[in-house]
Ligand binder design. Structure first.
Ligand code: TXA
Ligand code: MG
Length: 369
């Protein structure tokens, strides 16, 4: 992959005119490639995506081939303006206007009846299409520069963890022909909420940072449960059937009362170390004794547990989401033989975090029962 590293501004250090001009040139080059049917990996606020022209069968087929993705797992289409929704979907319920005014640009994907000119490969043969407007300046500049809706799954090989840092994209796609626009870590860190509005009852197919609590005021008939794996497969989110998020090392997830969980994790870490495996312990709260295994990290800052700042519960969850996939990839990179993870309460953003952890887990130990 050809890597273009973009300048990143912040509220305290905005980009200079020179830096903006450099970024502009690089994004134009990426847009030209997309227009020619090539692949470009780009940052979004959730994870990096691997983009291609959503109107072109040939370009979209390249995505499936590059990822090794089963052709029955549909892709999300990204747009650069709210008005572009009509280029992708053919009709939508009245609530959509309020939803996109409130949550776009942002991590909310809507499943709606598709327009026929979107490549049928994008929808994997379904009559619906998933669409969102990402909240990232590079993604928006790229979408506007190429003037095309871009089909873009997460930029990982199928079965691997979604990339939240440019290095993760290169880990999976070093030798791919295409371009990577590198712009640092993704702010949100878990993939977008997928909301199905194509049927009589709205349903969250995948929880994300736009939470059930945030959506329910807009949706009188929001289905309570996330459809279980295997349920309504071809009709709804075929992708949820695949075990997307697994690191290489087996992951064990612990839930329940704090003291019980920590005690059990310490005991298990000790046991695994006796079998001479390197144990990675990923904690969701600051715990002061980090001597229980070789590698004990607080997921809120990816530093050894016990060194964390005081954080509000909400801020802690936000940071855990932002670091989660990097923590799992790091555990693999550090050659951990086993990964023990402390869960979080499954509310608000915690629902998305727990959804990813449950899928990654070899086994879940729920000590609350
Ligand atoms: O945050 C995100 O959504 C990222 C960034 C790059 O935008 N993208 C992403 O794409 O996570 P991907 O391909 O890894 O996940 C797309 C999910 C899959 O679970 C897929 O099954 C579901 O969206 N999906 C796509 N089209 C669908 C459709 N027409 N009906 C139901 N589910 C659909
Ligand atoms: Mg994915």
């Amino acid at each position: 992959m050809q890597v273009f590293t973009l300048y990143q501004g912040s509220s305290t250090a905005p980009l200079s005119r020179m830096q903006k001009a450099c970024n502009f040139v690089r994004i134009q080059q990426a847009a030209t490639l997309l227009g020619q049917g090539d692949l470009v990996a780009f940052p979004t606020e959730t994870v990096y995506g691997l983009g291609a022209n959503a109107f072109s069968d040939e370009a979209v087929a390249r995505i499936f081939a590059a990822k090794g993705r089963p052709s029955d797992n549909p892709l999300i289409v990204h747009i650069g303006e709210k008005e572009d929704l009509r280029r992708v979907a053919i009709s939508w319920p009245a609530t959509v206007d309020a939803l996109i005014n409130r949550f776009w640009p942002g991590p909310l994907t809507l499943v709606l009846p598709r327009r026929p000119d979107i490549s049928p490969l994008v929808s994997a043969g379904l009559t619906t299409v998933a669409v969102r407007m990402p909240d990232h300046p590079v993604a928006l500049d790229l979408l506007r520069a190429c003037g095309l809706p871009l089909a873009a799954p997460s930029a990982n090989r199928s079965g691997r963890i979604s990339p939240t840092r440019p290095e993760h994209v290169l880990e999976d796609f070093e030798n791919l022909q295409g371009m990577l626009l590198a712009a640092g870590p993704c702010r949100v860190g878990v993939e977008s909420t997928v909301l199905d509005l194509s049927g009589p009852q709205a349903a969250i197919l995948r929880p994300g940072a736009v939470t059930r609590e945030m959506l329910s005021p807009y949706l009188a008939n929001l289905r309570e449960e996330i459809p279980a794996e295997g349920e309504q497969l071809s009709l709804h989110s075929p992708g949820t059937r695949y075990n997307h998020y697994a690191p290489k090392a087996p992951l064990y997830l612990y839930l329940g009362p704090r003291e019980d969980v920590l005690q059990r994790m310490i005991r298990d870490a000790d046991m695994w170390q006796r079998t001479h495996r390197k144990v990675a312990v990923l904690l969701s709260e600051p715990v002061f004794d980090s001597s229980i295994a070789e590698m004990v990290l607080d997921m809120a800052d990816l530093k050894p547990a016990g060194t964390a700042l005081e954080l509000s519960d909400e801020e802690r969850l936000r940071r855990i989401a932002a670091n989660l996939f990097a923590a799992l990839r790091n555990s693999d990179a550090e050659k951990a033989g086993i990964i023990l993870v402390q869960g979080v309460p499954s509310e608000g953003l915690g629902e998305a975090i727990m959804n990813r952890l449950r899928r990654a887990a070899r086994e879940v130990f729920d000590l609350s029962t």
